[in-house]
Design a protein around this ligand. Structure first.
Ligand SMILES: [Zn+2]
Length: 319
């Protein structure tokens, strides 16, 4: 049986997966705030711990596990595998007579700052399905990067400041790695710079970036988290052009929702095709979907899989 209550628990074990509520024992798949909790003992990768420990205070005791090493814990055998979402992001493989995989947030397309995702064979798969609808098929990475460069170069040609709206943890570092290595100078807000420093402590090397100090932006790219777009700091830059970088760019209304001139579909999540690809390669006999709507589980059932969507507060029997 699986319990969903601000996190996921396989009933019969004490291990909570991505619980935002403090638990005695919690696995944190990655450092985004909607996946972390102040658990007494925290199972996670060393990189994820580096990225989120400052938010969790001194109470949690980390049990940092490297990828691809098996550990015994409370009668379970566990192993962490890369999920390709952001630096340190992990899936967990739990063996208790059957192979149970929880993906956390994942992405199969290649990354510049995170280990590539692996797809283990499993009996039970608990998977995120944020973009689990057919309309969410993203262009390939080369096409997305070409659109990003076109946006920047067009802004420079018009003597405007290109402003990229990207989440401070994960997305911004992927973009900075790409643009910095290509010779663009990228100015960063404090929120993004703080995370860049944590990535650097984990060994990721970035080039050509500087803290945004509100003066000469000529010939430079500014990158900030989306929530800063409607602030005075940005409104003062009168000759700006803004692009939001998100998988939701596949929806026509996204640029208006983010207050941007353009929306570019750069995502750190699996799209609809990658979700299907994962299921085909993992070959699970039962699937639970989380972090999205019920459509993807319905789609899998139509394809002959035993799939159910986990709604918050729900409990589901293993079939
Ligand atoms: Zn995430």
């Amino acid at each position: 049986m699986i319990e969903l209550n601000r996190g996921i628990r396989i009933v019969g074990t004490d291990l909570w997966l991505d619980s935002t509520k403090a638990r005695p024992l919690g696995f944190i798949s990655h450092a985004h705030g909607d996946h972390t909790g102040k658990h007494e003992q925290v199972i996670t990768t060393p990189a994820t711990w580096s990225l989120c420990r400052h938010r969790l205070g001194t109470k949690p005791k980390p049990i940092p596990l490297d990828f691809r090493t098996t550990h015994s814990l409370d009668g379970l055998t566990i192993e962490l595998l890369p999920s390709g979402h952001i630096l340190g992001a992990a899936q967990i493989l739990i063996q208790n007579g059957q192979r149970i995989v929880y993906t956390g947030d994942f992405k199969l397309k290649p990354n510049r700052t995170a280990d590539p995702a692996e797809v283990p064979l499993c009996d039970t798969l608990i998977m995120e399905c944020t973009f689990g609808r057919p309309k969410y098929v993203f262009p390939c990475a080369e096409e997305v990067e070409r659109r990003l460069i076109e946006f920047i170069e067009a802004a420079f040609e018009d003597r405007r400041v290109p402003i990229l709206l990207a989440y401070a943890m994960g997305k911004s570092q992927e973009v900075l790695k790409f643009l910095g290595d290509r010779g663009y100078t990228v100015c960063l807000s404090r929120q993004t710079m703080d995370v860049v420093k944590l990535y650097e402590e984990c060994g990721v090397v970035f080039k050509n970036h500087e803290r945004f100090v509100n003066d000469n932006l000529y010939g430079k790219v500014l990158m900030i988290p989306p929530y800063l777009v409607r602030t005075r700091m940005v409104e003062k830059i009168s000759n700006r052009r803004t692009a939001v970088l998100t998988g939701w760019a596949m929806d026509a209304e996204t640029k208006n929702r983010f207050g941007a001139d353009e929306a570019i579909p750069m995502s750190d999540h699996a799209d609809f095709e990658e979700l299907n690809d994962y299921v085909e390669r993992a070959r699970p006999s039962r699937i639970y979907t989380v972090h999205g709507g019920p459509e993807f589980a319905r789609h899998l059932r139509r394809r002959g899989f035993r799939a159910e969507h986990l709604a918050p507060g729900g409990q589901l029997e293993f079939w």
